[in-house]
Design a binder for this molecule. Structure first.
Ligand code: SAH
Ligand code: SF4
Length: 424
């Protein structure tokens, strides 16, 4: 593999230095949606609308229940809220979710939605930013893969998302809205009967049980929003997911890793992908700022780490790049002493990508070495091939998506969504 030129190295450095503060601002004249707000933000909105401070906690609690526990999409559903207040709410706010710009269902039940966020002031005057969100049903869990940013400022050389033009942070509400929309789409609210074709048993029970932050973006560059979103998703009087079933994946923003543990108490996944700094510098340019030794030191110190709460290390299998027996042995050596799981991810090619996926017997051999050293080493099985539901390939503009889908179909390239093995 060629060493990157000085210019591209400088460009990558600039991207690394730029910890983006690109929060969306509401467009003037638009009623904001209450969906996805934290309890505090919801209360503040109600007070701002004129609800007296002394009532605000109780009122916010009522609205919270309808929005986050029952999934109400209309204020009229809020039967225990007075008529006057309901009218006032409807005048100031909406319960809008992102628009579902396209829906695809794979033969294996994987679903992919292209979600269009409400437009904000930032380069999105007429059309909101688009992100992809993927649901992967499994025998004992349903995993939703969410995005934390539109695009990504980092430029990992094997990842399509990093080439996207428009980049901004998603707000906490926009992150939560991905789960709310998935529940709407799947009929996954209490009292609803999830349909069998959505992977449900036809009995009342939750389809989405796990969340992985493995869609678009670097979650630790948008940590405040991610912390708030995890808080809303895991509120037991609301969306009700367990924090142990929420996994945040990072390319290695070392200084933010302790905060993720302390403030979100979420499970940690590390996109490792290489066992030597020279190679990782090239695959994950952020490594030049936070090399492997520093990253692993942060992992060893991760709050709450134990055998019951292990760190997942993601390792993308790139043919003749990082997939030798020696790499596998070095991986095992590096992770010694860290309660860990290793997820081997078959590389998902995209047009213009310079890598190939390792051959299957190579992946198996690599997996065997890791397994024999005592680590679970599941290879993420191909899911959703027919609808191109792959991570690292997510790029949101509809047109590009269509063009890419066509191209890849023509080339007969399959895709894998690999989060099906994400753990609880
Ligand atoms: N930015 C975060 C989370 C989003 S990427 C991170 O990098 O961890 C989610 C996962 O997809 C990461 O492990 C990433 O390395 C992997 N990925 C990116 N592009 C890929 C591709 N083309 N094939 C397979 N996995 C890929
Ligand atoms: Fe960004 Fe993650 Fe893709 Fe790297 S792998 S470019 S950090 S989304």
């Amino acid at each position: 593999m060629a060493t990157p030129s000085l210019d591209s190295a400088r460009a990558a450095d600039a991207a690394i230095e730029k910890a983006p503060d690109l929060l969306p601002e509401a467009l003037p004249g638009r009623r904001p949606s209450l969906v996805g707000l934290t309890r505090d933000a919801l209360k503040a909105q109600l007070v701002g609308m004129g609800v007296p401070e002394r009532e605000s906690r109780m009122r916010a609690g009522q609205v919270w229940h309808w929005v986050n526990f029952r999934g109400a999409s209309d204020f009229a559903e809020m039967t225990n809220v007075g008529k006057a207040l309901k009218a006032q709410l409807a005048e100031h706010f909406t319960l809008e979710r992102p628009e579902v710009a396209s829906r695809q269902v794979s033969r294996d039940g994987t679903r992919k939605w292209l979600l269009r966020m409400a437009p904000t002031n930032r380069q999105e005057h007429n059309r909101g930013a688009e992100i992809e969100c993927v649901y992967i049903p499994g025998p004992d869990r349903g995993t939703l893969c969410v995005s934390s940013q539109v695009g990504c400022t980092l430029t990992c050389s094997f990842c399509h998302t990093g080439t996207q033009r428009l980049v901004r942070n998603l707000s906490a509400a926009e992150i939560v809205q991905q789960l709310v929309t998935a529940r709407d789409e799947l009929g996954d609210w209490p009292g609803q009967m999830p349909s069998r074709d959505a992977g449900g048993s036809g009995e009342v029970g939750r389809l989405v049980t796990n969340i992985v932050f493995m869609g678009m973006g670097e979650p630790l560059y948008n940590l405040d929003a991610v912390v708030d979103a995890v808080g809303v998703m895991s509120d037991q009087e609301g969306l009700g997911l367990s924090r142990r079933r929420i996994t945040v994946s990072t390319s290695g923003v070392v200084p933010q890793i302790p905060r993720l543990g302390e403030q979100a108490n979420a499970m940690l996944a590390i996109s490792l992908h290489a066992v030597r700094d020279d190679l990782r510098d090239e695959l994950v340019p952020l490594n030049r700022k936070y090399p492997i030794a520093e990253l692993l030191a942060a992992c060893r110190a991760y709050p709450g780490l134990s055998n019951a709460r292990r760190i997942t290390f993601e390792y993308v299998m790139l043919k003749s790049v990082n997939d030798s027996d020696a790499d596998a042995r070095e991986l095992v050596r590096l992770l010694k002493g860290i309660p860990a799981k290793i997820n081997l991810i078959p590389f998902n090619p995209w047009p213009g990508s310079r890598y190939e996926c390792s051959d299957w017997d190579r992946i198996e051999r690599f997996s065997e070495i890791v397994f024999n050293a005592g680590y679970a080493s599941p290879v993420r099985t191909p899911r959703g091939r027919d609808i191109l539901a792959a991570c690292g390939q997510l790029k949101s503009e509809t047109e590009k998506l269509r063009a890419r889908a066509r191209l890849m179909q023509e080339e007969g390239i399959g895709v894998e969504s690999f989060y099906a093995g994400a753990d609880d």
